[in-house]
Design a protein around this ligand. Structure first.
Ligand code: FE2
Ligand code: FE2
Length: 223
């Protein structure tokens, strides 16, 4: 087994936030724990925030039609969905964040990848997509919130931590899904207390795939 490059990648500590150098061949780990999706209400704290979109179906259509790597087993829509589910767990644990921004981060952050390699510019390209969607009226948010989301998208590949609660939750949700390629999580790369606690566990975490769809996920975000 030691000569199998895919197997040898399992359970190493990830040096940065994403398994950029891995290919789909590395996805071999059979998850031992699949976290349930928090039900509606658990992630809701305080008054329901307004959606940042007028029509979620139009937004989804625009994002999916702009996506450059929809077929990726590592960075495609299943991963976007898992990031949203991981975010729900962080919110349900009481981590504070701008929930609609986190939802949009999950949807956009890897939508403009060109490949499953390093592709360090996919963060800035995701930020450009954000601004295009705003220009076309598919996303509507004040400039300050857009600046936070821009930073979360633009810098999510750098392996940094953040003291901004919303950016912190976005990056932690993304990194919590690194178990999909068998990497162990390193608490040093997590920004929230809940993220560090989850990362300190023994098993790579796996998040629910498939349903609920984006509409139901938005409801569970309390949006
Ligand atoms: Fe990414
Ligand atoms: Fe990601």
């Amino acid at each position: 087994m030691g000569t199998d490059p895919g197997h040898s990648a399992l359970n190493r500590r990830a040096p940065i936030g994403e398994p950029d150098e891995l290919t789909a061949k590395a996805v071999r780990h059979v998850p031992t724990h699949i976290a349930a999706v928090p039900s509606r209400g658990r992630a809701e704290a305080g008054p329901a925030p307004a959606a940042l979109w007028h029509d979620l179906d139009e937004l989804l259509e625009a994002v999916y039609s702009s996506a450059t790597k929809l077929g990726s087993a590592i960075h495609g829509p299943e991963h976007w969905h898992s990031v949203a589910v991981a975010a729900l767990h962080l919110l349900a644990a009481g981590e504070p964040a701008d929930r609609p921004l986190v939802f949009v981060f999950a949807l956009l952050h890897d939508a403009r990848r060109l490949d499953d390699g390093a592709d360090p510019e996919h963060g800035p390209r995701a930020a450009e997509l954000l601004h295009r969607l705003r220009e076309h009226g598919l996303l509507d948010m004040p400039d300050l919130r857009a600046a936070h989301l821009d930073e979360a998208l633009r810098a999510h590949t750098r392996g940094e931590v953040s003291e901004n609660p919303t950016i912190a939750l976005c990056w932690d949700a993304d990194r919590l899904d690194i178990g999909r390629v068998g990497y162990a999580l390193d608490p040093a790369f997590f920004s929230t207390a809940t993220g560090r606690t989850l990362a300190a566990g023994d098993e790579p975490l796996r998040w629910a795939q498939g349903p609920p769809d984006w509409h139901e996920l938005a409801r569970r975000f309390g949006i």
